[in-house]
Design a protein around this ligand. Structure first.
Ligand code: FUC
Length: 853
């Protein structure tokens, strides 16, 4: 595309629009739209304000809103710590040091504890219009990412109906507005139901209340004797209420048994508020819970007095204040924009290009984060906040050996930093429980620990179901690394924002706690004398030695990489805050003794303590590449040998895998600056998965018609990971510099992105054509040096380029890492493009224009 040279303001208002032909098509750029109502959940469209979630089906006869609340989980605080630990751990360690991995595995099972609680569905709001689907015409339903409003439109017996729905964060309510182009045409019944224990009563002719109770226990395995247990005797379990109020213009509303009947209305507004008894991670929701009636009523009394248009405007203003920070254009195919999303996915699968679909998928990740994670909410779980099952896959919990972290990979670089906060708040709770787990399970008196899987109750103990469960596998339960990994998110938040108050008051105490635990957890390997983790897994993968499979060993590469990343972060934080020199000294000494990276006999980045890697292994987890991404240890420029070894490991594992695994691969290929490979995997990740066909869990990922990531089944991590990956293709800042277009694929010769963030709190806009940078704008929020890497030589219009000797302390350079190499092997070649680097000083609040020389 030949784009004329134009000013910033013209660019902002026009360029993002001029990629497509006419206004109608432009309007479709950010719309998920369809020609039929959803017949299954994975076709319905998600709305959310991080507290209330709804899946909108867009029905003609019956409209269904499947509802969730972010705090509606089974159970109650149940730490599940296992006092066997301090007795058994030395035996596990001894067995591992002696090479008896099988014995260690069976011993570890004595140290496991219960599974996490389950995230549960709240209920359904059903609007029964008593219509015949086949008599409707001009049907369309959509979700507009531009304003977070879902609209259903159709014509029925000569009347055109419109139904708008949204969930407001500022007003804490779901709002539905039904209009018709003829007066008196709106007649329907309103009902509220739930899959949990409930009763619905009409409080008034216009007011419906559902009161519900969650089970105190939901099983993890279908062979457990009790599956869903309610506590009739004592009342343990979450209480919840859903309130609906109907306002009609013309016509009337009457209570009709346990539902409402609206008839002959010109237009109708429905207000929905809801609440649970959740009263904190450490309080019984059944016995010490809040009164949900109070919250739902107060909220309803306030919101239902407001004017619909005002509430809608406030919702849109709130949502767009986050969403509109970033715009992306990867080029468009006008033909594709004429089609609904499901048809575009099938068209893409046939090899036709649809860059606008990828741009939409990108923005969908940002939409989903805004809708599921806002300050004050719980962090986004395995399904965000959207779940329709009482026994959802993996409990829809927080799975911590990749999934929860991946949910937040886009938070900083796509300029949604405040949406990261729920994870940080959660960590404060985990640190409380994790200190007890450290003590009870390991007799470690310092710091805190989190294992694989956690929940609303901030469970930190190892899961796996004790000794009784044959499927409670140490290959995932023996993993005390989640607290440390979470802490790297605190550090990244600081690197992006430069917020020293946050670093000092919120981040550092948590980071220090996780690092203190790790100092106590590390132990010296009597053979190599390095510090190692023992026991250790490489999440969920097994070691194959001479045809036998083992789950546990020591010093898996991921463990060591997470610890190295955390120690580094704490050491830098101690310098920046000028505190804790003694603790820093301990970390410095320990870090120098950490078991190093190994390059194995196939030139791969070794996954395990020994070179047991199998080049045929296609396991979805490739945890040994943590240091490449999301870690910042490996880079093409800083550690080329390790980067080449990482490439070999990626090639061995192949491209196709589960949804989240493919999203991780996109990020890795982006870090290896191979845009074409990253792009190929992105397209694989959009493979159309028909939700009506039964799919094996590990049968290869893709996306459902509503663009939810398919593991399969639905898991939201892949959506978030893909958005992070696309950003990483266009901008990187982990290696002490801002690299523009580091992994631009040939498929996107022209494009633009604005509003994304680089470490150092720079906001970046990039514009490119014919595969090269044409212009960038860099806004410096904090001032400081900007080191810029580009594929063409550039100049900065506002300043003369100068070499600056004091680098920006937020762009921390990766260190040289010790490596043990197999000398018999050759390494993969990295395709390093020619690049140019400049340093220039920036002033706080100023924007700099970068243009090719
Ligand atoms: C981990 C992964 C699975 C799945 C589950 C929720 O156990 O290995 O693929 O994503 O989490």
């Amino acid at each position: 595309m030949n784009k004329p040279k134009i000013s910033l303001f013209v660019f902002l208002s026009c360029v993002f629009a001029t990629f497509v032909g006419n206004t109608q098509e432009q309007e479709k750029l950010l719309k998920l739209w369809y020609r039929k109502p959803a017949s299954v959940w994975e076709e319905a469209l998600p709305l959310g304000n991080a507290k209330t979630g709804a899946m909108v089906f867009g029905g003609i006869r019956v409209e269904r809103y499947q509802l969730n609340d972010n705090t509606l989980w089974s159970g109650f605080p149940n730490p599940g710590n296992n006092p066997n630990g301090p007795r058994v751990l030395p035996q596990v360690r001894k067995a591992i040091f002696e090479g008896d991995y099988e014995k260690a595995t069976s011993l570890w099972k004595q140290m496991q504890g219960p599974y996490s609680a389950r995230y549960l569905p709240l209920g359904d709001l059903l609007l029964d219009f008593h219509r015949n689907d086949s008599l409707a015409s001009f049907y369309q339903r959509d979700l507009d990412l531009d304003n977070a409003v879902s609209t259903v439109k159709y014509t029925y017996q000569g009347v055109s109906y419109t139904r708008e729905s949204f969930i407001s964060w500022p007003d804490k309510a779901m709002v539905i507005r039904i209009t018709a182009d003829k007066p008196g045409a709106i007649t329907f019944d309103v009902a509220l139901t739930s899959k949990l224990k409930y009763e619905t009563k009409a409080k008034d002719d216009d007011y419906l209340i559902l009161r519900g109770k969650a089970p105190k226990f939901v099983a993890n395995r279908d062979y457990e004797p009790k599956q869903v247990v309610y506590d009739e005797a004592n009342g343990e379990g979450m209480n919840f209420e859903v309130h609906v109020k109907v306002q009609t213009v013309g016509g009337k509303s009457l209570a009709n048994n346990n539902s409402l009947r609206v008839s002959g209305a010109n237009s109708v507004t429905l207000w929905l508020t809801e609440a649970t008894s959740f009263n904190g991670f450490d309080k019984s929701p059944g016995l010490e819970g809040k009164d949900p009636a109070r919250e739902a009523t107060t909220c309803m009394n306030r919101v239902s007095k407001l004017n619909y248009e005002d509430v809608k405007s406030k919702h849109i203003a709130d949502y767009t204040s986050l969403f509109h920070r970033v715009a992306i254009n990867l080029g468009n195919d006008v033909e594709a924009l004429k089609l609904p999303i499901n048809e575009r996915m099938l068209r893409l699968a046939k090899g036709k290009s649809d860059h606008a679909l990828l741009a939409l998928y990108y923005q969908y990740g940002r939409y989903l984060l805004i809708a599921s994670s806002r300050p004050g909410s719980r962090p986004t779980n395995l399904q965000g906040i959207w779940n329709d099952h009482v026994q959802p896959p993996w409990g829809s919990n927080y799975t911590t050996n990749i999934n929860t972290e991946m949910n937040y990979w886009l938070a900083e670089n796509t300029n949604l930093s405040e949406c990261h906060q729920p994870l940080f708040d959660f960590m404060k709770e985990l640190a409380v429980n994790g200190a007890v787990t450290a003590k009870v399970n390991y007799a470690i008196d310092t710091g805190w620990v989190v294992h694989h899987n956690t929940d609303l109750w901030a469970k930190t103990s190892p899961p796996g179901g004790y000794d009784w469960d044959p499927k409670g596998m140490p290959r995932w339960s023996a993993w005390p690394m989640a607290g440390a990994w979470f802490c790297t998110h605190l550090w990244e938040h600081y690197l992006y924002t430069g917020d020293k108050k946050f670093l000092k008051e919120e981040a550092y105490p948590l980071m220090k706690g996780a690092a203190s635990f790790m100092l106590a957890w590390l132990t010296e390997d009597p053979d190599s004398h390095y510090l190692v983790t023992n026991p250790s897994t490489s999440p969920e993968n097994t070691i194959k030695i001479k045809g036998k499979e083992y789950q546990l060993s020591m010093a898996s590469t991921m463990d060591m990489a997470i610890i190295r990343e955390l120690f580094n972060a704490c050491m830098h934080a101690s310098d920046i805050l000028q505190i804790d020199p003694n603790f820093k000294a301990k970390l410095t000494t320990a870090k120098a003794k950490l078991y190093p990276y190994h390059i194995g006999r196939y030139g791969q980045l070794q996954e395990w303590y020994q070179d047991w890697d199998d080049p045929q292994d296609k396991h979805r987890h490739i945890s040994q590449l943590f240091g490449l991404y999301p870690g910042n240890q490996l880079s093409i420029g800083g550690t080329p040998k390790l980067a080449a070894a990482a490439k070999q490991s990626l090639l061995h594992r192949g491209d196709v895998s589960t949804g989240w695994s493919m999203a991780w691969k996109t990020n890795w290929w982006a870090r290896l600056q191979d845009g074409n490979h990253a792009y190929k995997i992105l397209k694989d990740a959009l493979r159309y998965i028909d939700p009506k066909e039964e799919k094996e869990q590990m049968s290869g990922g893709g996306a459902y018609p509503n663009l939810f990531d398919a593991h399969p089944p639905f898991q939201i991590d892949g959506n978030f990971g893909a958005t992070a990956g696309i950003t990483e293709m266009l901008l990187q800042s982990h290696a002490g510099e801002i690299h523009l277009l580091p992994a631009l694929p040939d498929a996107w010769p022209s494009g633009a992105i604005k509003g994304i963030k680089a470490r150092g709190n720079f906001t970046v806009e990039i514009d490119w054509a014919q595969g090269d940078l044409t212009r960038a704008l860099i806004h410096s929020t904090l001032g400081g040096t900007c080191r810029l890497r580009t594929s063409v030589p550039v100049k900065v219009l506002e300043t003369t380029v100068a070499k600056v000797s004091v680098p920006n302390d937020l762009l921390i350079k990766p260190e040289e890492l010790p490596i043990v190499e197999n000398q018999q092997t050759s390494l993969q070649t990295l395709h390093v493009k020619e690049t140019y680097v400049i340093d220039f000083p920036t002033e706080k609040g100023k924007t700099y224009t970068i243009v090719p020389l």
